[in-house]
Design a protein around this ligand. Structure first.
Ligand code: HEC
Length: 190
């Protein structure tokens, strides 16, 4: 009984409370907003003469996955190294495998339970341009959200390289296997 009698005034008090997080409501300007502070009425400022970027700017093709003609780059602009592939594998396993499966074949717990649109096997996209896969990761595709927040530009290209490796792992011909490994494969009867 006592709690019930207390509950109503407590709720009223809570509703009347201002937001408790003071960071929420601080005076600040956002990009592209107007500001009365500067004569030109803009919040954003042009950097003073002589300003240098603290990081090398990313080339547009690398950042967007599109060439100067606006079409997806057929081949990744980032050199594929063992290190890049290892990074791609780690990032793929964290960000993509839950839906597309660790082999990229679409066999995943999410796929089993997703009725609307199952995450497809990535092996059917062997003909897609590298730049297109990069765009899917950066911008999302249909029901798939963008992973730009989770993956840096370099990491996205690393994932693209690893998707290519996964595709090759399932569709390589014996001729593509180095001779020394070929012998072992045949011995193991694979
Ligand atoms: C939450 C589940 C989920 C995750 C995680 C996910 N995807 Fe997808 N992905 C999907 C779904 C669903 C589709 C199909 C979307 C559609 O057709 O509407 C898709 C489609 C795709 C396609 C095909 C686009 C086409 O042309 O049809 C590619 C390539 C792809 N994803 C790559 C990736 C990569 C690489 C990652 C990791 C960075 C990833 N996905 C993470 C669910 C996911």
């Amino acid at each position: 009984m006592k709690t019930a009698r207390l509950a109503a005034p407590l709720l009223l008090l809570l509703a009347a409370c201002p937001r408790l997080d003071p960071m929420w409501d601080q005076p600040k300007v956002k990009a592209y907003k107007a500001s009365k502070h500067y004569p030109d009425g803009l919040a954003m400022r042009t950097p003073p003469a002589g300003t240098v970027p603290h990081r090398a700017p990313i080339e547009p093709a690398v950042a967007t996955g599109r060439g100067p003609d606006g079409r997806p780059l057929p081949v990744s602009p980032v050199a594929v190294t063992a290190e890049l592939l290892a990074r791609g594998r780690a990032r793929f396993d964290v960000n993509c495998a839950a839906c597309h499966g660790v082999l990229g074949d679409g066999e995943s717990q999410v796929a089993l339970n997703m009725s609307l649109r199952k995450p497809p096997s990535l092996h059917q996209f062997r003909e897609l341009a590298d730049g297109f896969i990069y765009q899917v990761i950066s911008e999302g595709f249909g029901l798939m959200p963008s992973y730009a927040g989770q993956l840096s530009v370099q990491d996205r290209w690393a994932v693209v390289a690893y998707v290519r490796a996964l595709q090759l792992s399932q569709y390589a011909t014996v001729e593509q296997v180095p001779p020394e490994a070929r012998e072992r494969l045949q011995k193991e009867g694979r």
